[in-house]
Design a protein around this ligand. Structure first.
Ligand SMILES: [Zn+2]
Length: 265
């Protein structure tokens, strides 16, 4: 302490130490002279640097969110009935839909604690509310400051196609935004058109693989009308790899409900 004191100017003197009540670091209490008066200062540098770091992270998230919203809002068509989708207005009609709702709410509430199993797959026929529950999760997490992207697979591919002829954003922009989102929701997997060219991988399948691959180990929600086997078959040679990446750390939730569009969906 003496050596350190002599090293810093005679106007600064370490007169003791305190433990930061916030982070537990040991913080020197420094006596100094300001405007001719002796004062004690004791700023926690750990907390200061954490604060700067947090601000930088928040700023980056904010930018990511805005970038994603600019790109996707313009080109991805979210049906009106989904825009207000939340957990309250999802009305289960049987045990399966009720279970799906419970799991969706649990997922949203525990999002920050999810580890190995951090993704969901809602599988079921058209009109059972897969998109509704996914969008409800998106709304919930967005209001919690998370960067969430919700896009249907057909819209995603249209967006990528359009990026080749538009100047507002590039394919790389789209892929980056998808890769960096806290949560990516790919709605209606398998509904996109994926023509296979003479046994070669089609452009669409290739893009789907790129996206799914970039999201491995990150939280995703997929919805699909197809079984995993049907999806794999649809995606041709890449099928097995796409589906195995999709299913890594993903909890499948099958929703069985009468085959009609339920109230409000
Ligand atoms: Zn501190």
């Amino acid at each position: 302490m003496e050596a350190l004191n002599t090293m810093i100017s005679s106007n600064l003197k370490i007169i003791g130490n305190r433990t930061c009540e916030k982070c537990g670091s040991s913080v020197p209490i420094i006596q100094t002279i300001r405007d001719g008066r002796t004062v004690e200062v004791s700023d926690c540098l750990t907390c200061d640097s954490n604060r700067v770091q947090d601000e930088a992270i928040r700023f980056k998230k904010d930018m990511d969110q805005r970038r994603g919203e600019i790109i996707f809002k313009k080109y991805s068509l979210i049906p009106d009935h989904l825009k207000n989708a939340n957990f309250n207005n999802y009305e289960p009609v049987n045990e399966s839909t009720s279970n799906a709702k419970k799991q969706a709410i649990w997922y949203a509430n525990h999002f920050d604690e999810l580890r190995d199993e951090n993704s969901l797959l809602f599988q079921g026929k058209y009109g059972v509310g897969k998109s509704h529950l996914s969008y409800a999760i998106a709304n919930y997490l967005k209001s919690d400051g998370k960067v969430v992207l919700f896009v249907s697979m057909p819209d995603m591919l249209n967006l990528l196609r359009e990026s080749y002829s538009k100047n507002d954003f590039s394919e790389t922009d789209i892929l980056e935004v998808c890769k960096n989102a806290d949560l990516l929701i790919l709605d209606d997997m398998g509904a996109e058109y994926v023509k296979l060219d003479n046994g070669k991988e089609s452009w669409a399948v290739d893009k789907i693989f790129t996206i799914v691959n970039s999201r491995m180990d990150k939280p995703n929600i997929f919805t699909t009308n197809y079984t995993s086997r049907e999806l794999a078959a649809k995606y041709g040679n890449h099928g097995g790899r796409i589906v195995s990446r999709m299913m890594k750390g993903t909890k499948p939730i099958k929703i069985d409900a009468p085959d009609y569009r339920l109230k409000g969906w």
